[in-house]
Design a protein around this ligand. Structure first.
Ligand code: PLP
Length: 221
């Protein structure tokens, strides 16, 4: 199957309220262009340098999403153009994104990454850290004029056990709804980024509004 066929198959399965991020990390520009020519405009990368190299040479109507773990000292390289940063998990990182966004006269949209998996290796905030960070940003909002927290992101445990994955996705959806019900910030969070090639249908059934799909579009890495 071609990239274009894969893309069309996946898009035909997505409800209208779910946004597709085509995860193109490690793939050559020619592959991304095939997806672009098939109409895809949102691409996800997990390394800032690789994303920046692709941004420089590809069409400028592409929205670039940073889906990987972000080191503060590299934020400046993507601040001029990045559309959405999925993996924000500390105050220090939010402050740096705000600072670099201000230098570029931009407001950068961010998702806070929540730790929902059972593994030790995944990044993210636990529920309490998340609420504390949201309250802090809300309370100190004059110092965060150049970022906008628009939602949450999570990754389930890497397992074949669908019940466990479902439990973790539902947990994240519960946290998302709770934040909105309690109005911890003064506007509703709109994006819930969860689901990858192996589990996006399950994620959507659990309330995902944004799926990050790589290998099912571009083939294995
Ligand atoms: C690589 C990656 C994906 C895509 O994974 P696939 O299994 O190839 O769909 C999604 N989210 C994050 C954070 C990733 O690093």
């Amino acid at each position: 199957m071609s990239i274009q066929q894969n893309l069309n198959t996946i898009k035909s399965q997505l409800p209208a309220h779910v946004t597709l991020v085509a995860v193109s990390k490690t793939k050559p520009v020619a592959d991304l262009m095939e997806a672009y020519d098939a109409g895809q405009r949102i691409f996800g990368e997990n390394k800032i340098q690789e994303m920046t190299e692709k941004w420089e040479i590809m069409p400028k109507d592409i929205e670039w999403h940073m889906i990987g773990h972000v080191q503060t000292n590299k934020v400046k390289y993507m601040a001029p153009y990045v559309s959405l940063i999925h993996g924000v998990d500390s105050l220090k990182l939010l402050q740096e994104i705000n600072k670099q966004a201000a230098k570029n006269n931009r407001v950068i949209d961010c998702l806070l990454q929540v730790y929902i998996a059972e593994e030790e290796s995944k990044f993210g905030l636990d529920e309490q850290e998340l609420e504390e960070l949201l309250k802090l940003v809300q309370h100190d909002k004059d110092n965060f004029k150049n970022i906008r927290i628009v939602g949450l992101m999570g990754m389930a445990t890497f397992t074949e056990n669908k019940n466990q994955i479902e439990k973790e996705f539902k947990h994240l959806k519960t946290i998302f709804d709770k934040i909105n019900e309690l109005s911890i910030i003064n506007y509703p969070l709109s994006i819930l980024s969860m689901g990858m090639s192996g589990d996006y249908q399950l994620a959507i059934s659990c309330g995902s509004t944004m799926v990050r799909i790589g290998s099912s579009i571009f083939g294995s890495r």
